[in-house]
Design a protein around this ligand. Structure first.
Ligand code: GAP
Length: 444
């Protein structure tokens, strides 16, 4: 299957099954913003919960934080975003399309007669690149004046830096320790696209680990392997994951070293997590701009220093996209095609479907009782609409790992069948054993 077909089919499945819808669709859509439907919101929540459990609950040395999206405007001066968070923007005067100046489809040099528009093909109509700041601006309070400008955060990291001493003192953590946060970030991307890959509103899961200078390189190595392991344990195929080490020309202004974790999306290898050694860049800039001392006193060593920061930063939406792309399979079963999302059971939006084989002979009543008993403990779905084959296919497309079917035998001996999404194997177990059966299989 061609990769563009694969992407189109995935986008269409996401809409059909209620994973992801285009924002404001009835108004023609807002191209770079997407809404998560009933299944999508469960999937993304499961991913965020899994990250939080691994990064905060499972460790003694990381604390959680939920900082505001709006911050003091000086934060963005200190962080370097106001001056440097820019992309080169190029306009075609002929067709009015906009591009990033480094768009690989542009032939020639923008601003010169040889430059060719990649959309309308006209030569000599591309403007020279202008630098364009990616931060969204708004105003705080009723008056729209320069003094009231605030920004929608373009990364969650800064909320952690400005709170690092508050968190350290309140939690009595000692260095090395980390602060983790999940939250929305906004970037006025010039060329958003590839579904939820690059959008203007998205969610980040970021962790900043504060370490003693000199120990940063060892921690950087630790965290990049730890994060790769997290993606592998999520069930993403290893051959579709790789590291990309930043060369000196690629490094962000704040980073001494960086690795991306890339996934082979249908549109090519692309970053979905970044691990950065940010040194003391951010804390020293906040110390300078705020005039507040941000040094840490290391009692054991009896010395004061500004910690270095090792950052892990992954997009919740890009992780959801990688998981969706990786889970998507088309296959033939008994002469029929089926589409199946092979999610790890613990992140599947629905854990089990409960289905009466037919709508008579007491089967719906038993199935409803089973459904009601499981609901609240697991996300379960009751479905009695259409043939059993069609109902199984719908659940395959939703990525539901188990289907519990109530049949004629159930009313005789109290047993049900449990169909496995991936192998299609059917186990017969007692109805009273279903909760325990699911518990063993959906926990990790
Ligand atoms: N604090 C560091 C930082 O923000 P980044 O590489 O710019 O680093 C980290 O972003 C992650 O955030 C990316 O790997 C990606 O998963 C996600 N991300 C960044 N821009 C995005 C966008 N426009 N749409 C969706 N996700 C985005």
């Amino acid at each position: 299957m061609a990769n563009t077909d694969r992407m189109e089919k995935l986008v269409s499945l996401c809409k059909r099954r209620g994973f992801i819808f285009q924002s404001s669709e009835i108004y023609g859509g807002l191209g770079s913003v997407w809404d998560y439907g009933p299944l999508g919101v469960e999937l993304k929540k499961n991913l965020k919960d899994r990250w939080w459990r691994a990064m905060v609950h499972a460790r003694d040395d990381i604390e959680g934080l939920d900082a505001g999206i709006l911050m003091h405007p000086r934060v963005w001066e200190a962080s370097g975003h106001l001056a440097g968070f820019t992309d080169p923007l190029v306009d075609c005067k002929q067709c009015k399309q906009r591009f990033r100046g480094d768009d690989p489809r542009i032939r020639g040099t923008p601003g010169q007669p040889d430059a060719q528009c990649p959309v309308c093909g006209t030569k000599g109509m591309l403007t020279a690149p202008r630098m364009f700041n990616l931060m969204f601006k708004t105003f705080m309070g009723p008056v729209e004046e320069d003094a009231a400008v605030v920004y929608m955060r373009p990364e969650t990291a800064q909320g952690i830096y400005v709170n690092y001493l508050n968190v350290q003192q309140a939690s009595r953590q000692k260095i090395p320790f980390g602060i983790a946060q999940i939250g929305k970030a906004f970037r006025n991307e010039i060329t958003p696209g590839n579904f939820i890959f690059r959008t203007r509103e998205f969610e980040q899961m970021e962790m900043q680990f504060f370490v003693r200078p000199g120990t940063d390189e060892a921690w950087f190595e630790f965290w990049r392997h730890e994060r790769m392991g997290w993606h592998e344990r999520l069930g993403i195929r290893k051959e579709r994951l790789r590291f990309h080490q930043h060369g000196t020309d690629e490094l962000a202004h704040y980073a001494k070293a960086a690795y991306d974790i890339e996934y082979e999306f249908p549109f090519g290898w692309n970053e979905f997590e970044g691990i950065h050694n940010r040194t003391d860049f951010d804390l020293s800039r906040h110390q300078q701009f705020s005039g507040k001392k941000l040094e840490y006193f290391d009692q054991e060593r009896n010395e004061r220093y500004l910690p270095y920061v090792v950052e892990t930063s992954v997009g919740a939406d890009r992780t959801a996209l990688a998981v969706l792309c990786d889970a998507y399979h088309e296959e033939e079963v008994a002469g029929e095609n089926r589409v199946v999302l092979r999610f790890l059971p613990s992140i599947a939006p629905i854990k089990a479907a409960v289905l009466p084989l037919v709508n008579r002979d007491g089967m719906p009543e038993v199935a409803k009782r089973i459904h009601d008993d499981l609901r609240g403990r697991y996300t379960v779905f009751y479905d009695d609409g259409g043939s059993i084959g069609r109902r199984y296919r719908r659940q395959d497309e939703a990525g539901t790992p188990f289907a519990v079917t109530v049949d004629g035998q159930t009313t005789q001996d109290g047993t049900v069948t449990v169909r496995h999404r991936d192998t299609l194997v059917q186990d017969r177990i007692g109805a009273g054993a279903i909760a325990g059966y699911l518990a063993e299989r959906v926990a990790t």
